[in-house]
Design a protein. Structure first.
Length: 229
């Protein structure tokens, strides 16, 4: 689950963005503010993955908030003025959304932010394995042997052709430890090894005779990882 802060002084726009976050099952709103000063204070002492930040705010602008912080979350600007779009490039912001934005456009920006998070936190691509603790032992699991990973409450199951390993972990934690050029989350309960996908039909993936549903909010991220002819 990615932590999101919404900073928007227009009530209608703030509520719309809040509903979009609720609709996206891998996002969680941890704070909402209608002014820049309170938002800057919160961001200076709390860890946030993604900031949805209005450019024009009372007290302190979105740009001034970013300038005040030493550690920046992945930021998406929200603006009613198309001429403010270039600010996103000036301050290395992930993307900008024009009010009122549609959900598909919102989701595209969110996926860009998550891609950046993955680039910063994923393991290096020359690693070929991960050690997992299963049944009180450490197991050296090769990435190439993993077919998919399924979430089960506070546990996850690593599925290979030979057996399954149950590990105490979360999907979000795993996403930071698996190489994002090999693995992609396709559902709130599933991460798959892209190279093990046999077929994709409608909204389902087939891996080793196992059918895995593709969540609507994860489909774009999956398609982005595929090598099309």
């Amino acid at each position: 689950m990615y932590k999101v802060i919404i900073v928007e002084d227009e009530a209608i726009s703030a509520e719309l963005i809040k509903q979009y976050v609720l609709k996206t099952d891998f996002l969680e709103t941890v704070a909402m503010f209608n002014n820049g000063q309170d938002a800057a204070k919160y961001l200076s002492t709390n860890e946030v993955d993604i900031a949805l930040l209005d450019v024009n705010l009372p007290g302190m602008s979105g740009v001034e908030i970013l300038k005040s912080l030493t550690t920046l979350p992945q930021t998406i600007f929200i603006t009613a003025d198309i001429n403010q779009g270039p600010l996103a490039y000036d301050y290395d912001v992930v993307d900008y959304l024009l009010k009122p934005t549609e959900y598909t456009r919102f989701l595209k920006a969110i996926n860009k932010a998550i891609d950046r998070i993955g680039e910063k936190t994923s393991v290096t691509y020359d690693q070929e394995n991960i050690f997992i603790k299963s049944n009180n032992r450490l197991v050296n699991l090769q990435f190439n042997d993993i077919l998919y990973i399924e979430a089960l409450s506070d546990y996850v199951t690593f599925c290979t052709k030979e057996k399954k390993y149950i590990v105490h972990s979360t999907m979000k934690d795993l996403e930071t430890k698996l190489p994002n050029n090999r693995f992609v989350r396709v559902h709130r309960s599933f991460i798959v090894n892209v190279s093990k996908i046999e077929t994709i039909e409608d909204s389902c993936i087939l891996i080793n005779k196992q059918t895995i549903a593709i969540g609507v909010t994860y489909k774009d991220a999956l398609l982005h990882k595929l090598n099309f002819l």
